[in-house]
Design a protein around this ligand. Structure first.
Ligand SMILES: [Ca+2]
Length: 243
């Protein structure tokens, strides 16, 4: 890509210099966020030539209209409108930015989120074998698409964006999707999900509990998981093999 195209306001500085890649779109996304958050433009001017000169310099301010905007939101815009193309966020990194995650701008597929929450309510894992088997299936055998969808749901529920889902965040998820859950139910399901008893739910614990019943109990997957645990090939899984 070497051709100079695009509207003056949104164009990335490196595009004007004639050498750019996909990241020029992330700059443009940053300009759009800048305008939505502040109501102003980063590079003003009375003519297109004047605007383009300012764009090329890459220098902009965040003063007028930014007084009540959070530091995290400003940081998000700065990391998109970064003249250093290498350091500029990729689309994936932008989706993972705490400000995007915190504000729920990353919306999971509603059907998947609700199915995950309903599955968690049905999830019972009071037997070591069941827990160990399902954890193995969750980590090894789940389809990439289902894993991606559940990953988005997990990140949406995990508002603190630290990879550890708390009981309160899980309660909020049920409330958000208007699914009833009593305090007692929440205590019970949280305890069965938290298989390592760390006091929070990791992504793999979440995967184990939230996968669809069908993907958890597919005969092939159970057999594959069973073979994994049946280390001596005896056809029986002993307590030692699970330890
Ligand atoms: Ca845990």
């Amino acid at each position: 890509m070497t051709e100079t195209i695009g509207s003056a306001y949104y164009i990335a500085p490196e595009v004007l210099k004639g050498s750019y890649n996909y990241k020029c779109d992330l700059w443009s996304a940053g300009v759009i966020c800048y305008m939505l958050l502040s109501g102003g433009v980063p590079f003003g001017g009375t003519s297109e030539a004047e605007i383009l000169r300012k764009v090329e310099s890459g220098n902009y301010e965040m003063k007028q209209g930014w007084q009540s905007v959070s530091e995290q939101a400003k940081e998000f815009v700065r990391t998109l409108m970064n003249v250093d193309v290498e350091a500029r966020l990729s689309a994936q990194q932008a989706l993972e930015h705490p400000w995007i995650v915190k504000n729920g701008l990353l919306m999971p597929d509603e059907v998947i989120a609700i199915a995950a929450l309903d599955n968690i309510k049905k999830f019972k894992c009071d037997k070591v074998l069941r827990s160990a088997t399902f954890s193995y299936i969750a980590s090894q055998l789940i389809g990439k698409r289902e894993r991606d969808l559940l990953s988005t749901a997990f990140r949406f529920f995990n508002k603190s964006n630290d990879g550890r889902l708390t009981k309160e965040q899980l309660r909020e998820a049920y409330t958000h999707y208007k699914r009833d859950v009593t305090d007692e139910e929440l205590d019970t399901l949280f305890a069965s999900m938290d298989t390592d008893k760390s006091g929070s739910i990791s992504f793999s614990e979440f995967l184990t509990a939230s996968m669809t019943e069908r993907s958890l109990t597919g005969q092939d997957k159970l057999q594959s998981a069973f073979r994994m645990f049946d280390k001596d090939g005896s056809g029986l899984v002993s307590a030692e093999e699970l330890a």
